[in-house]
Design a protein around this ligand. Structure first.
Ligand code: ADP
Ligand code: MG
Length: 449
């Protein structure tokens, strides 16, 4: 244990790296000067050996005063026998570089999405470990890192965490997070030379990075010119040994219309998936959220949510927020009955996603980083009016909702307001390719094929 803590302190290893890589290590045997250490998973044996093998060796030598060699074996490949006691878990906080706010904004990172707020469970531990490895050694090991999994399972959260971690270790690093939607829209602008954004500037922006994170790559699939440009961006970065991190809803081999040359490149590095969380992980995530928000919620209520909301972590969080909001609104205590009442619309017996006005509102709100309540509110700022008009358009176009009904869903607006909104979006789409692209992506999010 002393050895581990010494190592952590002297080499300024962050808590998350320490917890993930070093804390699980155990000394298996000491034979003369040969020390054998066990590693829990085979996947990261190579990485731990390369990254921490030497550090461990010199630290053991410092602490014991003897020269030694260190080797690693995988825990479950050993004959069963008592291992040494695990290290305690009082972690030492190390000095960390303060990262300037502007670096985080330039990189497009959400301050909330960091490794410290990410709960590791059986569904995501590989993706988490791979993300951390890449964050510690960008451009050196797994390039590209390809993370895939269903909606609301933590891909975006992990990507931002990688960005924050790298900036913390190296505040001068050039990190850029973008959605593939933004990449496409900026490419469209650049080709049109709009806002004085030229193709050269576009290339500079995307190729002049140490780390490029591109989220939801499935939305550029099938768009030839965007794929072409991304291909060149990828090559330029890869050849310069810059780190590329990609997320998608499917693994490369299942993306049907992906060009072969891109598919093979995506498979050059490491591909990891995130699955739906199991019950324990759902509980842990709810507890973490409760702690972060300073709520104090009865365990039975937390269990009720974890039991009934299974597939999607965003919904899990949404459920908690909704219950708290209802309790404040009605000034009622948070009980299982209140939770049942609050969640009656979310918990559906067969989990089938029908396209409804509620779903449209939910997806559009998520997309623009606002809440469904904002959409139906009386607020009139641009950041809300525009998504609200998009909701009007999509309800009409995808659901065929009657105008008066749309008005009802949107906080009691009359049908002339709705007509105006729909017309505005329709007209705008005719002259604005980036809006058409966004609408197309929203449709895919609402109703994935
Ligand atoms: P995705 O990009 O896969 O659709 P997100 O990363 O946007 O999913 O995650 C949806 C929400 O769930 C976010 O608010 C995120 O913080 C939260 N979340 C996802 N996974 C975890 C986790 N393992 N621990 C804590 N919060 C999580
Ligand atoms: Mg995402």
């Amino acid at each position: 244990d002393d050895i581990l803590f010494n190592l952590k302190e002297e080499h300024e290893i962050t808590d998350v790296s320490f917890k993930t890589w070093l804390l699980p290590l155990k000394v298996y045997s000491v034979n003369g000067e040969k020390v054998i250490v066990t590693v829990p998973d085979v996947e990261f044996l190579g990485y731990i050996r390369k990254k921490y093998g030497f550090l461990l060796k010199i630290t053991i030598e410092e602490v014991t005063g003897f020269e030694c060699s260190v080797d690693f074996v995988v825990e479950n490949q050993l004959p069963k026998e008592a291992a040494s006691a695990p290290a305690g878990n009082t972690l030492i906080t190390n000095t960390i570089n303060p990262v300037s706010q502007s670096a985080i904004i330039t990189a497009n990172l959400n301050p909330k999405y960091i490794f410290d707020t990410f709960v590791v469970g059986a569904n995501n531990n590989l993706a988490h470990a791979a993300s951390l490895a890449v964050a510690e050694s960008p451009g050196e090991i797994y390039n590209p890192l390809f993370i895939y999994g269903g909606v609301g399972l933590g891909k975006t959260h992990l990507m931002h965490s990688i960005g924050h971690f790298i900036l913390k270790n190296n505040p001068a690093a050039k990190v850029l997070y973008v959605t593939s939607e933004k990449f496409t829209n900026e490419l469209i602008d650049a080709i049109r030379n709009k806002n004085n954004f030229s193709p050269t500037e576009f290339r500079e922006k995307y190729r002049n990075n140490d780390v490029l994170l591109i989220d939801d790559i499935q939305f550029i699939i099938g768009k030839e010119s965007t794929q072409e440009e991304f291909f060149h961006t990828f090559n330029a970065l890869y050849e310069a040994k810059k780190q590329i991190i990609i997320s998608s809803d499917k693994p490369p081999k299942e993306i049907e219309t992906l060009e072969e040359r891109l598919r093979s490149r995506f498979e050059w590095g490491l591909t990891v998936d995130i699955q739906s969380p199991d019950y324990e992980t759902r509980m842990a995530i709810l507890r973490k959220k409760e702690e972060m928000e300073g709520y104090n919620i009865d365990n039975e209520v937390i269990k009720y949510i974890a039991t009934n909301i299974k597939s999607n972590i965003r919904e899990l969080e949404g459920a908690l927020t909704k219950i708290v909001a209802l309790s404040r609104l009605d000034n009622k205590e948070i009980t299982v009955e209140l939770a049942e009442e609050a969640l009656k619309d979310i918990i559906s017996p067969n989990d089938k996603r029908e396209v409804t006005p509620e779903l449209v509102i939910q997806v559009v709100a998520d997309h623009y980083g606002i809440t469904p309540l904002d959409i139906s509110s009386q607020k009139r700022n641009k950041e809300i009016v525009y998504p609200r008009q998009i909701v009007m358009y999509l309800c009409r176009e995808m659901v065929g909702t009657p105008l008066q009904m749309i008005g009802k869903y949107l906080g009691g607006r009359d049908h002339t307001t709705i007509i105006h909104g729909i017309e505005k979006i329709t007209a705008e789409m005719n002259k604005n390719d980036t809006l058409s692209n966004t609408i197309e992506i929203l449709k895919k999010k609402i109703s994935p094929q």
